[in-house]
Design a protein around this ligand. Structure first.
Ligand code: 5AD
Ligand code: SF4
Length: 475
């Protein structure tokens, strides 16, 4: 039985209140000569979910009158949307925040704001408060919609605003969006995660899983298509469990079908799928929906059952391979990709070898590989971890070398075939363009016309390790 807790939404009057703050900030900014055309520098770390959140915050900033700059030196407001998934990501944020001190010294009116997963952690918030006193605004993952109020408070009182409230997991609808791309759009369908994989910080910093209402998603999808976008990527930590807790009977496959039914020339991608919730119904839906790309990103994390158990992944190697076999049978041109963690605490070399053998058996198009990173507060952080980082690096290389051979072979198999792809822009070489196939393979091809943002048919003529080269098939 689906869990029937009802998903909560930020009340409409609270959204209206935030819109009033947008207006108040706009008035303040336009009344200050030195801020006549205020510039904002927004930098996003981490996953596409963060990119999408930043687009919503940029929507708010744009309505306030900010224009966007890629140069932090000329900015009046700097916003870092942070990531906590691995220690390395956090180190980069601390380093980059440290460098902002000099900018603040040059421009006392500069507003420095940090938000997102990393600063949602109490100890990070305290470290920022103590050691990075030039940070003006800090807010977590549950209060993005209050950005207007935070900026207003800072501008009107000069006081710092720190808010990492975590006791409510509400969805905020009807906030403005400023999309970064002109032909590829992100569309969040759910937030948070309830899976508690033992290594992962996400459920702690992002809160409980909650799905947007299908009518809100469909309305946004239609707007995206009407605006001329050619690719929509549906986002969630675990899109396969979409719909749980909603006051309507719907699952991810049904949502996909509804988006597929929207008229227009566009493709649909989605991420991320969790194997435990990836049903045959979903694979059948991918097979039957012509707009859904033939690509399944299905993170396996490990190919060994003991390690999968320790990771709390709730599926076995055999179940995973069963799903893959079903997907390959139903969708012969399916392109499979995955995430893998190397060196989970207690993992032995023999267990790691099971991952390598699974990778070879599946034949992924590409992999996102990570060395395990200890995240305080997670279950895995308490486990003994005896393998040195140096040793894990050797295993990591063994895995990526194995994948390189597979990727090269898969690219070679594409030779001579024609692929419909979305042209994403100019390639490095003059006269060449970059496209992406439905299976998410990058294809470089020559064209005397700029086809950016358009679909085109390209015949693969040559292959490199990870990408292929081709020529345009003229109609
Ligand atoms: N260490 C290393 N990789 C991790 N991931 C998540 N948490 C960790 C961690 N603690 C990886 C997983 C996940 C991807 C987004 O990041 O592979 O699928
Ligand atoms: Fe993290 Fe697992 Fe949730 Fe993915 S499904 S965000 S790996 S806890």
């Amino acid at each position: 039985m689906p869990d029937k807790k009802i998903v909560g939404f930020v009340p409409e009057d609270e959204i209206l209140r935030q819109k009033e703050y947008i207006e108040l900030v706009r008035v303040i900014l336009s009344s200050r000569a030195e801020l006549s055309s205020p510039k904002a520098f927004v930098h996003t770390y981490g996953c596409q979910g963060n990119v999408s959140d930043s687009e919503r915050m940029k929507g708010v900033l744009s309505e306030m009158g900010y224009i966007f700059t890629d140069n932090s030196e000329e900015a009046d407001l700097i916003l870092f949307n942070t990531c906590a998934v691995r220690e390395h990501a956090e180190d980069r944020v601390f380093g980059n925040v440290g460098r902002l001190k000099a900018l603040k010294e040059k421009n006392k009116n500069l507003i420095i704001a940090l938000c997102g997963c990393m600063v949602q952690q109490e100890e990070v918030k305290e470290k920022i408060r103590k050691s990075y006193s030039f940070v003006d605004i800090l807010f977590g993952t549950r209060v993005f919609h209050k950005l207007p109020e935070f900026i207003y408070r800072k501008l009107s009182t000069g006081d710092k605003v720190f808010d990492i409230t975590s006791n409510s997991d509400l969805i905020a609808e009807n906030m403005p969006v400023h999309r970064d791309g002109s032909f590829k759009a992100w569309l969040p369908i759910m937030y948070g995660c309830d899976n508690f994989c033992s290594y992962c910080i996400v459920p702690y910093v992002r809160g409980r899983e909650r799905s947007r209402r299908s009518e809100d998603i469909l309305c946004e999808a239609k707007e995206i298509v009407a605006a001329g976008y050619k690719e929509i990527t549906l986002l969630g930590q675990n899109v396969n469990s979409y719909g749980k807790g909603l006051d309507e009977e719907i699952d991810f496959s049904e949502l996909l079908k509804k988006i597929n039914d929207i008229e227009g020339n566009f493709i649909i991608r989605f991420m991320t799928s969790h194997p435990k919730d990836c049903s045959k119904k979903l694979i059948d839906t991918i097979a039957s929906c012509e707009k859904v790309s033939s690509h399944l990103h299905l993170p396996v994390q490990s190919g060994n059952n003991r390690v999968l158990g320790m990771m709390n992944r709730k599926y076995t190697r055999e179940e995973y391979l069963g799903l893959i076999a079903y997907a390959k049978a139903k969708i012969p041109d399916i392109s499979l990709t995955s995430d893998i963690i190397v060196g989970f605490p207690g993992e032995t070399y023999e267990e790691f070898c099971d991952t390598v053998s699974l990778v070879k058996e599946v034949g992924y198009t590409s992999l996102f590989t990570f060395i395990y990173s200890k995240r305080n507060g997670t279950k895995a952080a308490a486990l003994p971890d005896e393998i040195s980082h140096k040793e894990k690096t050797v295993w990591f290389k063994e895995l990526t070398d194995a994948q390189e051979i597979i990727a090269e072979k898969r690219c070679r198999e594409m030779r001579g075939k024609v692929y419909r792809c979305l042209c994403e822009g100019k390639a490095r070489n003059d006269g060449e363009y970059v496209g992406r196939t439905s299976g998410n393979v990058i294809i470089e091809f020559t064209s005397d016309r700029d086809l950016t943002g358009q679909f085109c048919d390209v015949k693969v003529t040559d292959t490199l390790t990870w990408i292929v080269k081709g020529e345009l098939c003229e109609e």
